[in-house]
Design a protein around this ligand. Structure first.
Ligand code: NAD
Ligand code: 6OD
Length: 485
């Protein structure tokens, strides 16, 4: 099926203007569902980052600084409205770039992007600071100021949702930004720059530089001495490299990184509900969600019943063209990622696993990076397939006998992003939730989001928390003023 919106060529957005790279360099943007070229993307590097950071630094002193909070909030609300006015266009561009089903872009990615602006615009109006009186000697109060120029470095899996998750609070707190979207998904970030301009964000406040990570725009942004903080979402290994680069100027860092999240199913849970949500937490967005529960642990007495039903339902998921309404699973993001994910399926066989569903490119889909939903059994916690993040539609299912055993297995990883627990036993729910090492725990649900709550990972899944006041803690500087009474 042909989408009804044309793909766009992507330029940088620096100091309020769309511009090519100084040397005119571009790279190709590939449609993962067809392997065809969608268009070109300006290839930025150090030179474009220099220009963008200089513009952002200058803009900290301009009309943005002088605006009242109400004026800034009105602009953010306008950004939210314009995103919704351009919902269809943005959803098509997101699906062309990522290979995800159009219904998903339309119902989740783009509306949530608009809501991120609405939410943080409203939140900043409610935010106070603290005051402490030291007996009758002194009065202390804190004032909140912007952090300064902030670099936003983003991944390809939820491109606009995750970019706006950072951009909205950064702007609400009065910062100026340089955004570096993933090289594989440049289109909606480019439209967002236009939307921000149309909503009245002054020139230089938001800047966008396209390009790659290492030795390219990403590294130049992480290194730049005038960038005060980096909010990064991506792979744990990339986070380690950025930390070394950013250390040269001791930047503040907020990290949302990888995960290998346990989905723990006790026999007393409602199996139909478990299956319905577990299909999503395993395969939605082709399994390319950091929160996916790719390690499924099922209490032994329910193991076979779960497996039979789960496999039967997963078999019904239609894999294919993101623009067909019936499609539930689209294409993986790139050829390289397709090979990475399928290499884990080969590894699973070497490690003694049994592929009980999927594991191959679906028949009749020779073009595009399509992979069947894949369910693997017969592995244990020592296997690499169970330990390492695969970031595709691939899950392992492992039986367990006791609560203690499953808690130990769930925590036996250097990741600690999220976990899901299924049980109707209230005491057990609290007990297990209190012992799982993860920043986000869902009980009898998955990916239910309230944007006021702390969001982020423990261990090597992240540093800091975003959401509600936590975002503003990152994007603000607090100064304590102490007045002798
Ligand atoms: P990635 O780390 O490869 O790339 C992310 C971004 O970093 C891209 O824009 C890339 O160009 C840039 N980058 C790469 N190397 C860089 C360097 N040396 N210096 C500066 N920038 C650099 O990640 P990805 O493959 O785009 O995304 C998938 C990963 O993101 C998975 O591990 C997933 O779990 C994680 N993720 C985590 C969350 C979360 O909230 N915890 C959300 C989404 C994705
Ligand atoms: O919902 C969110 O705010 C969020 N940051 C989701 C991240 C999903 C990861 O792929």
């Amino acid at each position: 099926m042909q989408p009804n919106v044309k793909p766009i060529d992507c330029l940088h957005f620096i100091n309020g203007e769309f511009v090519p790279s100084g040397n005119g360099a571009v790279f190709e943007n590939i449609n993962p569902a067809t392997e065809e070229v969608l268009g070109t993307v300006a290839l930025g590097g150090k030179e474009e980052i220099e220009l963008a950071v200089a513009a952002a630094k200058e803009a900290l002193k301009g009309p943005w600084k002088k605006m009242t909070a109400t004026e800034r909030v009105n602009i953010l609300r306008r950004v939210s409205e314009l995103i919704m006015e351009r919902l269809e266009e943005l959803a098509v561009l997101e699906s062309l770039d990522t290979g995800k089903p159009l219904w998903l872009s339309k119902s989740i990615d783009i509306p949530r992007s608009a809501y991120n602006f609405q939410f943080f615009a409203d939140y900043i109006r409610t935010l106070g600071t603290e005051a402490s009186q030291s007996d009758d000697i002194a009065l202390n109060y804190a004032i909140r100021r912007p952090l300064g120029v902030v670099g936003l470095i983003n991944p390809w899996n939820l491109p606009l949702l995750l970019l706006t998750w950072k951009l909205a609070p950064a702007l609400a707190a009065g910062n100026t930004v340089v955004m570096k979207p993933a090289e594989l998904t440049p289109m909606t970030a480019t439209v967002l720059a236009e939307i921000c301009r149309d909503a009245g964000v002054p020139a230089g406040v938001i800047n966008l530089v396209h390009g790659f990570g290492p030795d390219s725009a990403g590294a130049a942004l992480a290194e730049h001495p005038d960038v005060n903080g980096i909010s990064f979402t991506g792979e744990t290994t990339t986070g380690k490299i950025i930390m070394q680069t950013a250390a040269k100027s001791l930047k503040r860092l907020s990290y949302e990184l990888g995960g290998k999240n346990p989905n723990i199913i006790f026999a007393d849970s409602d199996l139909d509900e478990v299956i319905e949500t577990t299909l999503k937490s395993s395969f939605i967005n082709q399994g390319e969600v950091c929160l996916c529960g790719s390690r499924i642990y099922v209490e032994r007495s329910a193991y076979q019943a779960f497996l039979d039903k789960f496999v039967a339902k997963a078999k019904e998921l239609v894999v294919g063209d993101p623009f067909q309404e019936k499609t539930k699973v689209g294409a993986l993001i790139s050829e390289e990622h397709f090979h990475r994910v399928t290499s884990y399926i080969e590894l699973a066989k070497e490690e003694g696993g049994e592929i009980i569903l999927g594991g191959r490119r679906p028949e009749g889909l020779e073009k595009g990076y399509y992979l069947e939903p894949t369910i693997i059994t017969g592995l244990n916690n020592n296997c690499r397939v169970v330990k390492e993040e695969i970031f595709g539609p691939v899950v392992t299912v492992i039986p367990f006998d006791t609560e203690e055993e499953v808690i130990e297995a769930a925590n036996d990883t250097h990741y600690g992003l999220s976990a899901t627990i299924w049980t109707n036993n209230l005491r057990r729910a609290h007990r297990v939730a209190g012992q799982i090492e993860a920043g986000i725990i869902w009980v009898n649900t998955w990916f239910f989001r309230d944007l006021r709550t702390p969001f982020g990972g423990m261990k090597q899944s992240g540093i800091g928390r975003e959401g509600g006041v936590h975002s503003f803690e990152f994007y603000s500087e607090l100064t304590n003023v102490c007045i002798k009474l």
